[in-house]
Design a protein. Structure first.
Length: 298
């Protein structure tokens, strides 16, 4: 079940970058992202409540809200903003810095990631550099930096997910996170002067937005929250290596984006990095203090 859920994150989230691009062609970026998560969070909350699984303490609710601000709001919201001037494929490539952030956070927290994990991160970054060689010149100067900032927020939320007191039901956690993140994005969007003009929204934007609600949020985000509680965070973070490959392929297929030798070599290196990190993270990790953490043996 946990590997199937991670597979959903691998595949579906690789397609959401292109869907975001189509959505913001005629929808305001922050309000489109906010409404996407608000609706998905409300639907999931109703389902979980109907099954009697929405119970949580005040502390657990606060943790879920914090993760919602870090993941959907900070992480996804900044990506949506950046895609106004950054190609969807490039945005996905830059988000692949998440595993590097996570490994550094784990090291600062006193853990010792397996040396093969470090090797996988380095190989993955080399692959990303190859993938970026033909794309960096087409973006604004600030866009890529905003994506890297988004990746940091996403990595921080992922890193904290196993260290905070959160609801035992992962779907209840996901519902609160999406609702909190969606509310934050909506408030910021309205404060920034964004408004929705339904008469200018195109059919392609509606279809892409609907895809993001159902598949990007309800299915993939809930799967992501679930696997964060089932697998080591560095293993889960390898989705950021697979998503760019899918995003590039979809860009070539649906948006006439280029795919040359550098992209092919980079894609192969990315896949190799995923294999290395997943294999390394299946083994126990020893923190600086000495004993093995129970959460790292899951």
């Amino acid at each position: 079940m946990r590997w199937a859920a991670l597979g959903v994150v691998y595949v579906v989230w690789g397609s959401t970058y292109l869907a975001i691009r189509f959505t913001i062609e005629s929808m305001p970026p922050l309000l489109s992202g906010g409404s996407r998560f608000l609706i998905a969070g409300a639907v999931l909350a109703l389902v979980v409540a109907w099954r009697g699984g929405l119970r949580m303490t005040r502390k657990q609710f606060g943790s879920a809200v914090l993760l919602g601000l870090l993941l959907p709001a900070w992480g996804n919201g900044l990506v949506v903003l950046a895609e106004q001037s950054v190609a969807s494929g490039l945005a996905a490539l830059l988000v692949a810095s998440v595993p590097l952030y996570v490994v550094l956070m784990r090291r600062f927290a006193g853990e010792r990631p397996h040396r093969v994990t470090y090797a996988g991160v380095v190989i993955g970054l080399v692959g990303l550099a190859a993938l970026l060689l033909d794309d960096m010149g087409d973006s604004s100067w600030w866009g890529p930096w905003v994506v890297l900032l988004a990746a940091f927020g996403w990595a921080l939320g992922s890193f904290l997910s196993n260290r905070l007191d959160t609801p035992a039901n992962p779907f209840a956690l996901s519902a609160v996170e999406m609702s909190a993140g969606g509310a934050a994005l909506t408030v910021v969007g309205l404060a920034a002067g964004e408004r929705v003009s339904f008469e200018v929204i195109t059919t392609s934007s509606w279809v892409a937005w609907g895809y993001l609600v159902v598949f990007g949020s309800l299915l993939a985000f809930s799967s992501y929250v679930y696997v964060l509680g089932q697998l080591p965070v560095s293993t889960v973070a390898t989705y950021a290596y697979v998503n760019p490959v899918i995003a590039v392929v979809l860009g070539v297929w649906l948006a006439d984006e280029r795919f040359g030798v550098f992209q092919l070599v980079g894609g192969l290196l990315v896949v190799a990095a995923v294999v290395l990190v997943v294999r390394a993270e299946r083994k126990c990790r020893t923190p600086v203090g000495g004993s093995v953490r129970a959460e790292d043996e899951r």
